[in-house]
Write a protein that binds this ligand. Structure first.
Ligand SMILES: Cc1cc2nc3c(=O)[nH]c(=O)nc-3n(C[C@H](O)[C@H](O)[C@H](O)COP(=O)(O)OP(=O)(O)OC[C@H]3O[C@@H](n4cnc5c(N)ncnc54)[C@H](O)[C@@H]3O)c2cc1C
Length: 388
């Protein structure tokens, strides 16, 4: 039987697929046997956003930064988050987490998606990994010895396929009835190094220090779809006034002249990350609500754990990877469950519109603020995630 064209085919070259390619290249005797398929999504899944045009900014936790730095893929411009303020609009209760609580220089860093993608892409280009640019790629078949991949008119075999195309299955699905508006704003009373997560009845509103402009904030504002559509059409003055009203006056007045981009939000997750010789990681395994900025951090932990699981197999790829893949799936279960659970609960609990529930959430924030031992585990999880 002829040897498959590649040992591993990574389908989808977003930040998670790129990170996995770099991790595998470090441990594989011949990185050319790893293929990274940088395709575009099928038209049916909606208009594709070129990674270089993606307007998202991403809060990366300490663990993700350490990983990306070790891969030589940390963007040159990033903004530090040293303090995080969490509050609830219209109810009592807030809490602040400081970097000094954990004796770390920063709680996290904010980077533009586009810059992170470009840096990862450049690192992969130098890694020896085979990059296959082309149309949409997918696994069309698998058997006991490998998988068959199609990219446009091209077919080839690989021993193992990793799906990192950002589109998770629908085993577990929840519509939040929220869309996120992503934009940039200036404050009349800015505070350097502070990030803000404010829960409103319409959805969470986050202001993050902007990585490219020290005077600006990146805004992620979640609202009901109709309200998000209406807000995105307002003129600059009316939008700025609505944003200031929702956020409150902690930063003075907010004003926004930047473009607004709307992202529909839903939880989509696969029950299991492994099906035979196909493994799903990153958003392809779970797409989360963006509250607390966890999606990519979790996806990078998927990539790091998968590379670790395949370390020995990289030298003996003719053997079956299935026991190692089963160990990988087991090791990732708790982190996926906890992170997915937290980001699923937070936006819903604060948006019930039920006074007793909102008071309970406010009390929770007060308790977190008053009792450091309560705050520490939550902050530590959001800071580092569960690493097994
Ligand atoms: C508004 C918003 C704010 C967010 N903020 C944060 C944050 O602060 N911190 C954080 O950690 N996370 C955040 N996230 C989540 C984060 O953006 C995602 O978790 C992350 O982008 C997932 O990376 P990925 O590589 O798995 O998937 P993607 O980023 O979706 O990349 C997948 C890639 O695969 C390509 N592709 C798709 N289909 C195919 C195909 N068939 N063949 C080949 N290629 C294909 C796509 O074009 C894309 O380039 C946020 C999300 C949103 C919506």
């Amino acid at each position: 039987m002829t040897q498959p064209a590649y040992d591993i085919a990574i389908l989808g070259a977003g930040p998670v697929g790129h990170a996995l390619a770099l991790l595998l290249a470090r441990q594989c005797p011949d990185p050319q046997r790893i293929a990274l398929l940088a395709g575009t999504p099928p038209a049916a899944t909606g208009p594709a956003r070129e990674p270089g045009q993606d307007p998202r900014v991403l809060a990366m936790n300490h663990g993700s930064r350490v990983l990306l730095e070790s891969l030589g893929a940390w963007p040159s411009r990033a903004a530090d988050i040293r303090h995080v303020h969490v509050s609830q609009r219209g109810r009592l209760g807030s809490t602040v987490i400081h970097h000094t609580d954990f004796q770390v220089p920063r709680l996290g860093s904010v980077v533009p998606y586009a810059a992170l993608h470009a840096t990862l892409h450049a690192a992969v280009a130098d890694s020896g990994v085979t990059v296959l640019q082309g149309p949409s790629a997918q696994m069309v078949n698998q058997d006991g010895a490998g998988v068959e991949i199609r990219q446009g008119d091209t077919h080839f075999r690989a021993r193992l396929a990793v799906q990192s195309d950002g589109s998770s299955g629908t085993d577990l699905r929840r519509e939040y009835d929220q869309h996120a508006i992503v934009t940039t704003a200036y404050a009349t009373l800015p505070r350097a190094g502070w990030a803000w997560e404010r829960f409103t009845r319409e959805g969470p509103l986050a202001l993050l220090p902007h990585p490219l402009d020290a005077r600006a904030y990146s805004v992620v504002w979640c609202n009901a779809p109709e309200r998000a559509a209406a807000l995105s059409q307002l003129d600059e003055a009316a939008f700025s006034a609505a944003l200031t009203e929702a956020f409150g006056t902690r930063l003075g007045r907010l004003s926004s002249q930047a473009a607004r981009h709307v992202f529909p939000l839903a939880l989509n997750a696969r029950r299991t990350q492994v099906q035979g010789r196909l493994v799903a990681i990153g958003n392809a395994a779970q797409t989360l609500h963006p509250v607390a900025g966890q999606g990519l951090n979790l996806g990078l932990r998927d990539a790091a754990r998968l590379a670790q699981a395949l370390a020995a197999w990289s030298n003996t790829p003719e053997e079956s990877p299935n026991p190692l893949l089963a160990q990988f799936a087991n090791a990732r279960r708790a982190d996926r469950l906890i992170t997915g659970g937290l980001t699923d609960l937070m936006p819903r609990a604060f948006a019930t519109g039920l006074a007793p529930v909102e008071h309970a959430c406010g009390l929770g924030l007060l308790a977190l603020d008053a009792v450091a031992p309560l705050r520490a585990p939550l902050a530590r999880h959001l800071l580092q995630g569960l690493r097994v």
